[in-house]
Design a protein around this ligand. Sequence first.
Ligand code: FPP
Length: 254
Amino acid sequence: MINRIFRRKKEETPLTDLLDMNNIPRHVAIIMDGNGRWAKRKGMPRAYGHHAGANTLKRVVIAAGELGIKVLTVYAFSTENWKRPVDEVSYIMKLMEEYLGTNLLELNEHNVKLHFIGDLSRLQPNLQQEFREAEADMADNTGLILNVAVNYGGRLELTQAMRRLAEDVESGRMTASDIDVDAVSKYLYTNPENDVDLLIRPGADKRVSNFLLWQMAYAEFWFTDICWPDFTKDTLVDAILSFQGRERRFGGLK
Ligand code: FPP
């Protein structure tokens, strides 16, 4: 009997009550994968999955802020995604523009500070302009920092960082012996919030896909078969609960 009551109470406990609010990962990164497969399973075109994925993003951003996550970096479009059919690429670009139009006010009300990372110079000038304006509108917000990675690649980010470092050495602003881990970190898009604590990848694949290669040096990884459009606040809580069960040693001993 007691066991039954206990089990019932456990089942009724909201997942968030199980969290240790003193051990919430500061920086969470998400590879928003599985949109296409999710749509296909419903007999719908891939674009339908991306549209649903954009709605999921808004819900997850709000949930992340409520849970006390400080930085959320999401992979929206990689340097390799240009290989997709031109229609799909155009749709994702259009979706990002629409997303800003529809959701900016609400994200602003949640005190979100928006930041686009990646090589934005390859995007249409009007989209670049929309991104810059959205960033400026939210520049004074003090809540969750939302980094949206667009035309992002970890290797490209490091290559650009190296190029800028070389230029600074060439011009005499620094010397080669000034280059250390901290110096390199300053040239990254995510600076000064570089270190990722938890990487989440829905959609069943278990790989990093050129995302935040430097920043993930000591990230904990969490994978799920759930596709991104079905990802909820409870899925995020599940990932954090798993994170809280890990022992992080950062290469040291317990
Ligand atoms: C990966 O799923 C998803 C993408 C390449 C696009 C992600 C875009 C969004 C979530 C929506 C737009 C973003 C913003 C910022 C509004 P996939 O297409 O690779 O899925 P699959 O592996 O099932 O084919």
